[in-house]
Design a protein around this ligand. Structure first.
Ligand code: ADP
Ligand code: MG
Length: 334
């Protein structure tokens, strides 16, 4: 079967089947935001890897070298936040065409390192290679956590909370794609920072360590609905999202005005938001919102968990919404 038919997640499912249950030091393997490894100490080690290929994950016309590095670091660190952890070190494999200016490579590394250091994780190693064309990156982040947040622990009656606002990354992409912004620097300020340096929710992860038990969690890198689907699947529950409750980014709503676009589908399916979707018992909801507020992060209740399977999105009249095509699959025909 061709990969474009099997899909990215179909392929990952085959890999997971081939590997089988986690064993040895691996507590959580394929299927969460990062691998969880047992150590001899009290904490678990977290490891995550993310690749970024020019033309697939980013366009050089839109981003400076520094911005490419920053963005890659933020995206990779976000997976550690999604596990409730703290980042400790970053490793960068970088592939560049030999004809490229060395300064481009240095600036890219500087961008990545600046972001990593701002989260107390310095660049501790990597690999360098020549590509036939284009810039390729792979970012590994090593982190630590005492109580890992998993995708698999959502339970019926939990409520769904999402951090920050949604739709900003999709709005930025729309403005760039349509040519209304020539590059990231030409985006409105709120969208520019969202697109070039999205905040990995590591401070939120630390703030929520106060909760009596860890939430189920995922970061929204492929779109809210698709990523909610991963929690539903791993936890064997149904997730209901109420569209009117979504914290749509004001900048996204503004960007949507001109092309008469409705921002809600962007908030539902736009990728690369790097906000966290959490499921936790209603008894802890107020505490979670208050702890998040202390570190300047807004948590919004956007739905609930029940028995069943899959994700339903309800419109303002309570009817299930037809979802627009969306969510990211690397092998899908674009
Ligand atoms: P994320 O978006 O959080 O980085 P992905 O959707 O990329 O996660 O991957 C889903 C899960 O599948 C993760 O646990 C990841 O480690 C695993 N995975 C993806 N590709 C592979 C692969 N080629 N081999 C083993 N595991 C993989
Ligand atoms: Mg993730």
């Amino acid at each position: 079967m061709r990969l474009e038919k099997l899909g990215e997640f179909g392929f990952i499912a085959r890999v997971a089947e081939l590997v089988g249950e986690p064993e040895g030091a691996v507590v959580e393997g394929i299927g969460d935001d990062a691998a969880v490894l047992k150590t001899s100490g009290d904490c678990y080690v977290l490891v995550t890897t993310d690749a970024f290929v020019e033309g697939r994950h980013f366009r050089r016309e839109w981003l400076s070298a520094e911005q490419i590095g920053m963005r890659a670091a933020c995206a990779a660190l976000s997976d550690i936040a999604a596990m409730g952890g703290e980042a400790r070190a970053v490793l960068l494999s970088v592939g560049l065409p030999p004809g490229e200016d060395a300064a481009f490579g240095e600036q890219l590394v500087r961008g990545l390192h600046d972001v990593a250091r701002s989260w107390d994780a310095s660049l501790a190693g990597g690999d360098t290679f020549a590509t036939p064309a284009g810039v390729w990156l792979d970012v590994v982040v090593v982190g630590e956590v005492d109580r890992p947040w998993l995708r698999s622990t959502a339970r019926p009656d939990d409520i769904l909370l999402v951090s920050g606002t949604l739709g900003g990354a999709a709005a930025a992409f729309h403005l760039l794609e349509s040519g209304r912004a020539a590059n990231a620097d030409a985006l409105p300020a709120a969208l520019r920072s969202r697109f070039t340096r999205p905040t990995p929710q590591l401070a939120l992860a630390q703030a929520l360590r106060q909760l009596p038990e860890p939430p189920a969690a995922i970061d929204i890198s492929d779109g809210l609905v698709q990523d909610a689907g991963h929690i539903a699947e791993r936890s064997a529950v149904a997730l209901t999202i109420e569209a009117p409750c979504l914290p749509v980014s004001p900048a996204c709503a503004e960007a949507a005005v001109q092309p008469d676009a409705d921002p809600v589908p962007w908030a539902l399916t736009g990728g690369e938001e790097y906000e966290l979707l959490l499921a936790l018992p209603p008894a802890y909801a107020d505490q979670a919102v208050a702890e998040a507020q202390k570190v300047g992060v807004m948590l919004t209740r956007i739905g609930s968990v029940s028995k069943g399977l899959g994700v339903t999105v309800l419109a303002s009249d309570g009817s299930p919404m037809e979802l627009p095509q969306g969510g990211w699959d690397h092998f899908a025909v674009q």
